[in-house]
Design a protein around this ligand. Structure first.
Ligand code: MG
Length: 249
């Protein structure tokens, strides 16, 4: 069931998303060689708690941390660890959200650790840009397939694999709501986009094959060919005046 948010609910969403964006920014600023993913997770946790909010990934489906932190060939759902030390040249995807006053935010970005290769930078830039292509297509009266088609055509034209096995989603009183928001699709097909819908668009883009697998820890999703993956996400609202990004400071 797709829940359309009222003006009042949108205001609450905006606050949860603002805190989520602040936590992601704080976590991203901590990224540097020698830092562990555990330390980054603690920074995100402390930021969210200081705002009076709750980390909404923590314990969701049993996930043990505030942030999913995924390095290089890891696509999503990496578990923060004191044993995972960032090193120069890595790319690190951080995905997290906050809940406050009954509503959720969700956002992600991939950060460079020190200097990265031109190939890694191109992957990150393309993934970020594809998110904005998807957001531009999230127009009231359109269809969910418009978003996925915009993301996938942008990335596939540049030679990248668009992950199919995991998709974006509605966001609201629950972190994961209907509808599913795939990063692929056919323009004009799928659920109609209506004012009041709040969705997370989150391209997961691979340097090589789109195919992924889940490691034995039951969480970490990696590329099947071991090549790099990047991930950017915003929670947005569909309004009569066009898409609005909610996960901003
Ligand atoms: Mg999400």
């Amino acid at each position: 069931m797709i829940v359309l948010k009222t003006k009042r609910e949108l205001a609450l969403m905006r606050e949860a998303c603002r805190i989520s964006a602040g936590a992601l920014k704080a976590a991203g600023e901590a990224v540097e060689p020698g830092v562990t993913t555990y330390e980054i997770d603690r920074i995100a946790y402390n930021y969210i708690k200081k705002c009076g909010a709750e980390p909404n990934f923590l314990n969701l489906y049993g996930f043990p941390a505030t942030a999913c932190i995924s390095i290089n060939n890891e696509v999503i759902h990496g578990i923060p660890s004191k044993k995972r030390v960032l090193k120069a040249g890595d790319i690190v995807s951080i995905d997290l959200g906050a809940k406050i006053d009954g509503f959720n935010g969700d956002n992600a970005a991939t950060f460079a650790v020190g200097d990265i290769s031109p190939e890694a930078k191109r992957l990150c830039d393309t993934t970020r840009e594809s998110l904005y292509e998807g957001i531009k297509a999230a127009v009231a009266g359109g269809r969910i397939g418009d978003i996925g088609a915009a993301v996938s055509s942008y990335c596939e034209a540049r030679g990248y694999g668009v992950v199919r096995q995991f998709v974006g989603h509605g966001v609201g009183a629950k972190l994961h709501e209907d509808p599913s928001v795939p990063n692929f699709g056919t323009p004009g097909r799928g659920v109609r986009l209506l004012p009041g819908m709040t969705i997370a668009i989150e391209p997961m883009i691979n340097q090589g094959t789109e195919r992924v697998e889940t490691l034995a820890d039951g969480w970490t999703v990696v590329t099947l060919d071991g090549k790099l993956s990047a991930h950017f996400e915003h929670t947005i609202a569909i309004t009569a005046d066009g898409p609005q990004i909610l996960t901003v400071l």
